[in-house]
Write a new protein. Structure first.
Length: 452
């Protein structure tokens, strides 16, 4: 739950300050809490002058330092000059500034709140974080939509800032770009790959049989061969305890020594809410956690495998949580290259999807589209994505591909279920990351010297 604070500003000079609006709007806002996923943890007495503003700002910053406040809403019940607003603009906390509509439609202007919002957003006070404006009654659909996007975005911010991540073995050999980390306050614990093999040695036969007995996915793989899959799944699950996600160097050493690839264990553990990033992709893992927090579903890490007339084919070996499966249908099969068990075979379910990839230099890629109902694809996990957008702008399939290649993105793209592109764009801004614009130029050869 996102923890919100509310500070109403009601100058006594305006008759709207004496109409019970701070209390009625607080109740209306609180009624949205369960629907949108926040809790109203701090409500200040109305600010009436500059001294009040300074006192309320001190209260807010104390709660923020205690980690019990994620978002502050400063509410223009009435007009207010900058000395009542600047103390809140100076705080290092995500901030919304909200104006109520006028309580009456004629006679003396009761509040002049919209003008107050205009004045507040025009102030040139230095501030590290952005500010989002809101206008309307809490029951207004536009107000609820804007607030829902912010709540989703801040869930992603919290996942990034509070996530405890495990990096096992570094990156797969030769995947140099995956060694780069985004400019984010990450909490990463690094252990050698040998930790996996030690965990495998700790798994006993009874655990393996119990895990196999709970497996309900159809397969032609012999039970004896599936034991290696179950053993690896249990070992990875034990290593993941206490962490929000794991990036694992899952080849080339692991298959030969474990007798199993990590693909199906990744997907099955994803069913239980633990994210695993293939090939030691830590930046991909961070992006997965953010997307999962925004969407409320497990995120996926996929490669681009093909371009159609109006869509892209995305694919990976078989590492995806079952919630993504078309009609809920999955099966276990040998890996198409290694010949070892097991990958999860599935077609990705139709519907809107959105994605994010954090990059170096405080940049990010944000993209979206619609998973199509197309049955053709490669063994493993696959799907076709059409109606493509990049940072909110519609693009063709070739334009999307050009943007990926021209911006020199890592080869893993993170996707989430649902149309949450607006929330992902806002998430980037709260974190101080600039979303990359689409770059569909395909006729010029270049190697940009911008540090990527």
């Amino acid at each position: 739950m996102i923890r919100m604070g509310l500070v109403p500003i009601a100058r006594p000079l305006f008759r709207g300050a004496h109409m019970g609006l701070p209390e009625s709007s607080r109740k209306a806002l609180a009624s949205l809490a369960a629907l949108l996923g926040f809790e109203l943890t701090y409500v200040a007495d109305p600010v009436t002058d500059a001294a009040d503003a300074q006192a309320r700002a001190r209260e807010v910053v104390a709660r923020h330092r205690m980690g019990v406040l994620d978002l502050l809403m400063v509410e223009h019940v009435t007009f207010a000059t900058g000395d009542l607003v600047v103390p809140f603009l100076e705080l290092p906390i995500p901030l919304g500034i909200w104006a109520l509509p006028e309580a009456t439609s004629g006679g003396p202007l009761p509040q002049n709140a919209l003008c107050g919002l205009n004045l507040s957003l025009s102030l040139l006070t230095p501030r590290a974080l952005p500010v989002k404006w809101f206008y309307g009654e809490p029951q207004d659909p536009q107000f609820q939509t804007r607030l829902a996007v912010t709540i989703q975005a801040l869930r992603g911010v919290r996942a990034v800032r509070e996530g405890h991540l495990l990096w096992i073995g570094g990156t797969a050999p030769g995947f140099y770009r995956l060694e780069s980390l985004p400019d984010l306050p990450l909490r990463i614990h690094r252990v050698p790959l040998e930790a996996v093999f030690e965990a495998l040695r700790q798994v006993d036969a009874a655990q393996v049989e119990e895990r196999l007995g709970a497996c309900d996915e159809p397969t032609a793989i012999a039970r004896e061969d599936l034991r290696a899959v179950a053993r690896l799944e249990i070992a990875l699950e034990s290593l993941a305890q206490g962490y929000d996600g794991v990036a694992l160097r899952c080849w080339p050493e692991l298959p030969a020594r474990a007798g199993s690839v990590a693909c199906a264990p990744y997907g099955r553990l994803g069913d239980r809410g633990t994210h695993f990033a293939c090939e030691g992709d830590m930046a991909g893992l961070v992006s997965m956690l953010a997307v999962a927090a925004v969407t409320g579903h497990p995120a996926v890490l996929l490669d681009l495998a093909g371009v159609g007339a109006d869509s892209l084919l995305v694919w990976h070996c078989g590492n995806v949580a079952r919630v993504w499966a078309a009609d809920g249908q999955t099966r276990l099969a040998p890996h198409f290259n290694w010949g070892l068990p097991a990958v999860r075979q599935m077609r990705l379910a139709p519907g809107p999807v959105s994605g994010l990839r954090f990059l170096e230099h405080r940049q990010a890629a944000v993209y979206a589209g619609c998973m199509l109902d197309r049955p053709d694809g490669y063994d493993g996990v696959f799907g076709w994505i059409g109606e493509l957008r990049w940072a909110g702008t519609p693009v063709t399939a070739t334009g999307f591909l050009a943007s990926v290649l021209n911006h020199r993105l890592p080869h893993h793209l993170v996707w989430g279920r649902g149309d949450v592109e607006a929330a992902l764009l806002e998430l980037c801004l709260w974190l101080g990351h600039a979303p990359l614009a689409s770059d569909p130029e395909v006729t010029v050869l270049r190697w940009p010297t911008r540090g990527r």
